[in-house]
Write a protein that binds this ligand. Structure first.
Ligand code: AMP
Length: 151
């Protein structure tokens, strides 16, 4: 049976777990791929959120998407990096989550992706929820309950 403490995890809101937008590396949809690749390589992330000039969430761009878009038949067409904008290669159809959604919704969404973007009702980007944070919470929850069972 779930104890009072253990049910707390289910009531945790995404706002308590997310990385706020000011700490998230992002690119804009009109940036050239060159810039996006630089951001991805410098930060070490495999993907980052894409926003418009007004901070609305647009999608996600990854190193793989960029590399694939410049693959020619016989060579990598590096010159395309400065000609194509992020909006042409990014993934637009990605699920998002709200700040006041629950831990369980976050848990479900990060099963298939390393992070999910937190977006408000007007489409503004609030931050990201990472799989790492969800796993950390789960780990704490399982340890606390295991301890209680053996006491
Ligand atoms: P992590 O769980 O910390 O390994 O992060 C998983 C993924 O979430 C990373 O590979 C990035 O795509 C994204 N991510 C995590 N932290 C940030 C951040 N501060 N800015 C941008 N993207 C991030």
């Amino acid at each position: 049976m779930l104890s009072t403490e253990s049910t707390e995890i289910l009531e945790t809101k995404i706002s308590d777990l997310m990385i706020p937008s000011e700490k998230v590396a992002h690119v804009q949809n009109q940036n050239p791929l060159e810039h996006a690749l630089l951001v991805l390589v410098k930060t070490g992330y495999s993907a980052v959120p894409v926003l418009d000039a007004n901070f609305h969430f647009e999608g996600i761009v990854s190193k793989t998407m960029i590399i694939e878009s410049i693959l020619g038949i016989e060579r990598i067409e590096v010159e395309k990096l400065s000609k194509i904008t992020v909006s042409f290669v990014m993934e637009k159809d990605v699920p998002t989550i709200r700040k006041d959604d629950t831990f369980m919704k976050g848990l479900k969404l990060v099963i298939n992706r390393p992070f999910v973007c937190v977006v408000d009702e007007s489409g503004y980007f609030d931050g990201i929820l990472t799989r790492r944070v969800i796993l950390k919470q789960m780990n704490r929850y399982l340890h606390e309950n295991n301890k209680k069972d053996t006491e």
